[in-house]
Write a protein that binds this ligand. Structure first.
Ligand SMILES: NC(=O)C1=CN([C@@H]2O[C@H](COP(=O)(O)OP(=O)(O)OC[C@H]3O[C@@H](n4cnc5c(N)ncnc54)[C@H](OP(=O)(O)O)[C@@H]3O)[C@@H](O)[C@H]2O)C=CC1
Ligand SMILES: CC(C)(CO)C(=O)C(=O)O
Length: 310
């Protein structure tokens, strides 16, 4: 199976390296200092599960050098979605599948619009990983899970083959027969988790121990559930309580990637997280005041420190 990884950062770099180490034919697409470092030293993953070094990793800046592939793993930040998707167009022919492991629920709408529904396989991931320095991915904790599946629920050959490869690579993988619901399930947790850790600038341990912050977390997640259900996503009864219990067993020091981005002065994905919930709620007549407030609070930081200070 020929795989291209568009966006070789925390997500793409980690999972791409695991697959490459297991013998899959993986080509990374990268840019800037990260590209130069991978070219020079290979791609290194530091993880509590063991270090992985892909020496002489196959890496390109221009996807046209790759030719057509069986699968594109798509892992750029949400603000780069359209330009990165345009860049992978030459890789997509016939039965090529594109799986985005980005956060948010809008990503696949964009990819379907660009490549058609037959190209897009739904996906969602659970991991905490980041580019620690050019050429180096740092994985925190041991969670590293991919969930994916065809939108119509069919068990396709490409999904089966990718699942087998993930298993060989030691990736915790699951095929979903309702990938839209799986994506929304993560969205409920992630929007809540990123909203509270970013607005309070505190890790989950402090948030969940404080009654007011806890109330905020549950309120944000409840609104996501309400909006999802109004869109026809069958989120289970008691899903917020279930996610609160999930948050209660996370490592105390864990925070969301959006909190890391805020601390580093990077751009934020809030527009596609709480911002998206707020907009969808308004359209559907579903109140989402917590998410609207989170979106408004973080708005001054959304374009990164350089813009916030100017
Ligand atoms: N990190 C995590 O633990 C998790 C992240 N996610 C989600 O996954 C997505 C990706 O996040 P993450 O992996 O952290 O992001 P990163 O910023 O770590 O990695 C994205 C990489 O893609 C590169 N890139 C963007 N556009 C292009 C392009 N056109 N050509 C080549 N390279 C490109 C970026 O380069 P540059 O730096 O130059 O912009 C960067 O190196 C996000 O939606 C995030 O919310 C989901 C679960 C966990
Ligand atoms: C919560 C987590 C780490 C789970 O994958 C995540 O997706 C993020 O912070 O962006």
């Amino acid at each position: 199976m020929k795989i291209a990884v568009m966006g070789s950062g925390g997500v793409g770099g980690y999972f791409g390296a695991k697959l490459a180490a297991a013998g899959c034919q993986v080509t990374f697409i990268a840019r800037g200092a990260h590209l130069a470092a991978i070219r020079q030293n290979g791609l290194l993953v530091r993880s509590p599960l063991g270090e992985v070094l892909i020496e002489q990793a196959s890496v390109v800046e221009d996807p046209r050098e790759i030719g057509s592939v069986d699968l594109v793993l798509f892992g750029v930040k949400l603000w780069d979605t359209e330009t990165a998707a345009e860049a992978i167009r030459p890789l997509i022919t016939g039965d090529t599948g594109v799986i985005s492991f980005q956060n948010g629920v809008i990503k696949d709408d964009i990819l379907v619009e660009m490549f058609g529904p037959q190209a897009v396989v739904g996906g969602v991931c659970y991991i905490a990983a980041t580019i620690a320095e050019p050429g180096v991915i740092a994985h925190t904790g041991t969670m590293q899970k991919l969930v994916f599946g065809e939108y119509e629920g069919r068990l396709s050959e490409r999904v089966k083959r990718f699942y087998e490869m993930c298993r060989q690579a030691g990736i915790d993988a699951e095929i979903s027969d309702d990938i839209r619901r799986s994506i929304w399930e993560k969205f409920v947790f992630l929007v809540g988790f990123s909203a509270v850790t970013a607005t309070t600038r505190c890790p989950i341990g402090i948030v969940r121990a404080n009654p007011q912050a806890r109330h905020l977390l549950a309120g944000v997640m409840q609104e996501v559930v309400d909006v999802g259900r109004a869109e026809g996503v069958p989120l289970a009864p008691g899903f917020v309580e279930d996610r609160m219990a999930f948050c209660d067993q996370l490592p105390e020091s864990m925070t969301a990637s959006m909190h890391h981005d805020l601390e580093r002065g990077n751009r934020l994905e809030v527009q596609w997280l709480s911002g998206d919930v707020s907009r969808r709620g308004e359209k559907l007549g579903v109140p989402a005041p917590f998410n609207t407030a989170v979106y408004d609070i973080l708005a001054v930081h959304a374009q990164g420190l350089a813009v916030a200070k100017s």
